[in-house]
Write a protein that binds this ligand. Structure first.
Ligand SMILES: *Cc1c(COP(=O)(O)O)cnc(C)c1O
Length: 367
């Protein structure tokens, strides 16, 4: 049988199949996962150390006949493990397929109101993408010249506030006292604190959720717990906020976490020793990398994350990133106002940081 085509694809307007919302979207562009043979991969803030061996054992144990069964839609074991870790109740915990998914649910469930949502002009670039997806009106609030966040700038009518702490891609930390100050004055809308990097030296806002029913704290296992490939995130807040997230989740996908993810994530929270050991190593290397980059003439922002944000007064950041790539060293550069001269460099293992510094030393002394 032959299929007769009446329109050639060159003349038929294929994009009429797209819904108007798809035409409108500007999707997020994730950092590259390079196909190079031995890249020094310092571009997406993954942990340079592997996950706990206990996580791998737990996942192996889950590779069984039971994979034919759906996982627990509520991931109760994981919520309990997180509640034990933070001394809260499982009803205050939400879990999802990476914190990106949880953020998406939060934008839809809690941050989509008629007054504009507020977030910093320099922040996680997924926030405006979610606003596009859900048609949320937003206003960006400029960070100060030194990239610190001034909380008083957020005291205005808003449909919600979201910021990353430590901020991405700057690495700068907002003290917990400032978050309290804001929460005391902003009672009518939800404040979401995205703590993707909090374990690298900051204090979590989770203990504040009992005092402030409009605070939602979002975390991920992708960075400090070395599980970016497993896709697990969590949120902690008042039960009422968690219920809103559950309502969206259960209108979208009942099983965001599979059996392997639940088993691995539980083990990750149980193995505190591996977590402490690896995050200490990252923090020590961050200090060493900051000193070494400064000696090469870089201005390095103080970082409380597993990356540093640095600029060289005499060398163009995009050119440096391209030259590093030729040496198989991958860092992140954002073509964006105010930060186009910065490089975001993930803190790697000592050998990876040494490779980065060797390549930079070569370039900066050649040119
Ligand atoms: C990495 C990152 C996330 C996303 O983490 P996943 O859990 O891997 O989706 C969220 N927010 C910020 C600021 C991040 O840097």
């Amino acid at each position: 049988m032959t299929v007769e085509t009446t329109h050639s694809s060159s003349t038929y307007p294929l994009d009429t199949y797209w819904s108007p919302v798809v035409h409108r979207l500007t999707p997020y562009v994730p950092g590259e996962q390079p196909k190079l043979s031995h890249p020094v991969k310092l571009n997406t803030n993954e942990n340079p150390y592997g996950p706990s061996p206990k996580v791998l054992d737990a996942i192996h144990a889950e590779l069984a006949d039971t994979l034919r069964l759906y996982p627990d839609p509520n991931a109760e074991r994981l919520k309990q493990a997180i509640a034990d870790y933070y001394t809260i109740t499982p009803a205050q915990v939400f879990t999802g397929n990476g914190s990106d998914e949880i953020l998406a649910f939060a934008f839809q469930a809690l941050l989509n109101h008629s007054t504009p949502l507020l977030f910093p002009d320099i922040s996680y670039s997924f926030y405006p993408v979610y606003c596009g997806l859900y048609a949320i009106d937003f206003t960006t609030v400029p960070l100060a010249e030194d990239f610190t966040l001034h909380i008083a700038d957020y005291l205005r009518p808003n449909g919600g506030i979201i910021f990353a702490n430590p901020n991405a891609p700057t690495g700068r930390l907002l003290p917990l006292a400032d978050i309290v100050w804001l929460l005391e004055r902003n009672r009518d809308s939800v404040v979401v604190v995205d703590e993707a990097y909090i374990d690298f030296g900051g204090d979590t806002a989770i203990p504040l959720v009992d005092r402030f029913p409009n605070l939602l704290v979002v975390q991920t296992l992708s960075k400090s717990r070395s599980l970016a490939g497993l896709r697990v995130g969590l949120a902690v807040g008042h039960e009422h906020l968690i219920t809103a997230l559950e309502r969206v989740k259960n209108s979208f996908n009942s099983y965001p976490l599979d059996r392997l993810a639940i088993a691995g994530a539980v083990a990750a929270f149980e193995d505190r020793q591996h977590f402490e050991h690896t995050r200490q190593k990252v923090m020590t290397s961050r200090t060493e990398l900051t000193v070494a980059l400064s000696q090469l003439g870089f201005e390095v922002l103080p970082s409380t994350a597993n990356f540093v944000f640095a600029r060289h007064p005499k060398h163009d950041a995009a050119a440096l990133a391209a030259a590093l790539r030729e040496q198989q060293v991958i860092v992140r550069h954002f073509h964006q106002p105010r930060i186009a001269q910065f490089l975001r460099i993930t803190v790697g293992r000592p050998d990876q940081n040494a490779a980065l510094l060797a390549a930079l030393t070569h370039m900066l002394t050649e040119g």
